[in-house]
Design a protein around this ligand. Sequence first.
Ligand code: DSN
Length: 439
Amino acid sequence: MGANNEPYSFIKDNDSELYNVLMREVSREEETLELIASENFVSYPVLEMAGSLMTNKYAEGYPGARYYGGCEFVDQAEDLARDRAKKLFNCDYANVQPHSGSQANMATLMTFLSVGDTIMGLDLAHGGHLTHGSSVSFSGQLYNSVSYQVEEGTGRVNFDDVYDLAKKYQPKIIICGGSAYPRHIEFDKFREIASKVGAFLMADIAHPSGLVAAGLHPSPMPYCDVVTTTTHKTLRGPRGGMIMMGKDFENEWGITAPKSGRTKLVSELLNSAVMPGVQGGPLMHIIAAKALAFGEALDPSFKVYAQNIVDNAKTMSNELLSKDYRLISGGTDTHVILIDLTNKNVTGKSAEKALEKAGITVNKNMIPFDKRSPFITSGIRIGTPAITTRGMSSDEMALIVQLIDDIINDIDNEDKINKTRSTVSSLCKSFPIYSELHK
Ligand code: DSN
C-alpha cells in the first residue's frame, strides 16, 4: 500500500513509466483467464511478503551458520519455511533456498553425479523438463543423457521400456516427473527399476506438489532418494524452488570430512551444492513468502482447494472429449490437460495466439511424437490451478471449454474473438482476484 492508501502509489510517484507497465499486468491478470498449467495466483499476504524488506538482507549460509551478521530474523523465517515444508510433505529434510526449480535440479544433479555420468529422464517432447537431460540445458550438456518416452497409444510411461533402457544404459540417476504429463507419477514403479539397476531415484514434483501436499497425488517420499519442486504452481507459493528428502542418508561416494573423517550426509552435500555450489545469497523475502504459503497449504482449506483443482480439470477434460478433442493419455489425473489439435487442423502456435487475443492464456506444447517443431507444435497445454484459485467450478469449466472450442473452430474470425473477449472479461469480473488492490 502506498501514499493515500492507493496500491503501488509510491511506484507511481517514483516511476510512472514502470507503474503503467505494472498496472497493465494487473489488468491482464485480473481480466483474462489464466490457463497456463504452471501458473497460479498467490494470496495477498504472500504477495506482500514477497515484496517485503527482507529483500535487503544478505544471508549466505544456513540458519545459525551464516557468513553475515544481522541474520537473527531471517534465520527465523527460513526455519519456519523448512519446518513447515517438512510437515507438509512429511519429510526429514528441506532446503528452501533454490531460486527456481532449475536451480534445485542443478544442485541435486551436482550432488549425486560427476560430470559425464549417465542420467535418465522423461523426454522433453514427451512431457519432461529441460533440466531432465535436454541437450539445450546443462543437464544434457554436462551429463550423458538418455531419455525415456511415453507410449504412442496410451500417452503413458511404459515401465517395461523404461526398464529395458535402464538395463542397457545403467544410469546413475533416474528422474521421474515432468511438465506436461497429465497422469500421476508412478513413483513405486520407478523405484523398482531404480533398485534393480542400482540407480538413485529423483522425483521432480514441480507440477503436482500442491496435490501431493493435499494427499491427492501419491507421495514420492517413501520411494525416492531425493525430491525437487517449484513452489509456485499447484502449491500456490511465490516463484521459487526447493529440495527435499524423505530420509537423509550417508553418501555412497566415500567423501569424508577432512577434519573429523566422518562420512558426510547427503543433506550436507545438497546444502553445499545449493550454496556455494550453484547460488550465492538466498532471496530471504521469497523464503519468508514460501514459509507463509506453506502455512496456508497446511490449513485444511488447502485440501478443498486442491480437490477443486482436480475436479475442475476432470470436468474440463470430459467437456473437451465430448467435443471431439484428442487428449494425450485420454484425460487427466491432475491439473494438467494436454490437447492434440491435429484433428482440428490448427497448430498449437495459432491456437495460443487466437486464444490470447480472446483473453484466454494457454501455451503451445509439443505432443508426444509431434511432427511439428517446438515453435509451432501440434498441441496446447491447459491447467486449472489459477482459475480454481479464482473460485471457478464446474459451470465455468463447461463455459470455458465452449469458449475455447468456439475459437479453435473459427480461428481467424475476429468478430468471434472480440465477442469471446468480452464474455471472458465479464466472467473474470464475477470471480475477482486481489480485491485488496482496489480498496
Ligand atoms: N516452465 C515450467 C512449465 O511451464 O511447466 C516448467 O518449469
